[in-house]
Design a protein around this ligand. Structure first.
Ligand code: HEC
Ligand code: HEC
Length: 205
């Protein structure tokens, strides 16, 4: 009897602790379902600094990424507009509803982020055009251009390289990446990576 009471109390305390930790405004069904679905993603996207084996670069941070971009990226893997065998397999196994839920959960992992304004890149001409679409880190501006602030530096270099050689199709980015030299890419990637923004979501929350 004592043991049973003790267990019930312990359970209640744990349940309450969980309830307080959860973000109350994010209790929508999509976000909750997305958390469950994201379990399989976290083996890579939930490990800070995790690397793609070949070519070697750090996997993208998804915590706080805009849901519209996560959706379009997953659909692009699914329909072959973006190459990457593992992500194509992941995308191929997801329904549209799964994708909506995953995107809602990853977006809900947002933390405080730095907005990037034109003054921040004054004196570095190649980045001035980027700010018009990617400047503000939060989800409040145009839905489609992804948040770059806080992204892994190596991943930004990799992504821009893919646009330049035409490996990601069906987007406006090829035109903007084409004009960047390798030195421009390195500078821009280091700049955005140094800002606060995207995070590696925590597996246990
Ligand atoms: C085995 C490791 C692995 C797993 C598991 C995995 N991913 Fe990925 N993911 C990657 C890598 C590597 C990339 C970068 C691929 C590329 O170069 O396009 C990526 C890219 C992405 C992108 C594009 C992000 C961007 O900024 O362009 C999204 C969105 C994404 N993954 C979502 C998911 C979701 C959702 C799941 C679970 C259903 C998942 N991933 C499972 C390794 C993984
Ligand atoms: C007209 C708006 C626009 C401008 C200007 C623009 N971008 Fe983009 N960018 C986008 C959109 C939309 C996407 C998503 C494309 C996709 O689905 O692959 C994107 C994607 C990206 C990505 C991929 C991020 C990821 O997580 O995979 C990088 C990196 C990037 N842009 C960097 C830049 C840089 C650097 C510049 C300036 C030279 C720039 N962009 C200018 C709209 C823009």
């Amino acid at each position: 009897m004592i043991t049973k009471t003790y267990c019930t109390a312990a359970f209640l305390i744990l349940a309450l602790a969980g309830a307080f930790e959860a973000q109350p405004v994010r209790a929508q069904d999509d976000t909750d379902q997305g958390r469950v679905l994201a379990y399989t993603c976290m083996g890579c996207h939930g490990i800070e600094g995790y690397r793609n084996a070949y070519p070697s670069y750090r996997v993208p941070r998804l915590g706080g990424q805009k849901s519209a971009y996560i959706k379009s990226a997953l659909i692009a893997y699914r329909n072959g507009n973006r190459p990457h065998p593992t992500m194509q397999a992941q995308g191929g196994s997801l329904s549209d509803a799964d994708i909506d839920q995953l995107a809602a959960w990853f977006e809900s992992r947002a933390t405080a982020s730095d907005d990037v304004v034109a003054d921040d890149v004054a004196g570095f001409a190649p980045a001035a055009v980027c700010v018009s679409c990617h400047g503000v880190a939060g989800a409040a501006v145009e839905p489609q251009p992804p948040v770059l602030s806080g992204q892994q530096e190596e991943y930004l270099v990799h992504a821009l390289g893919q646009y330049k050689v035409g490996k990601r199709t069906g987007t406006v980015m090829a035109a903007f990446a084409a004009g960047l030299s390798d030195a421009d890419v390195a500078t821009i990637a280091a700049f955005y990576a140094s800002r606060d923004g995207l995070t590696t979501p925590d597996k246990d929350r």
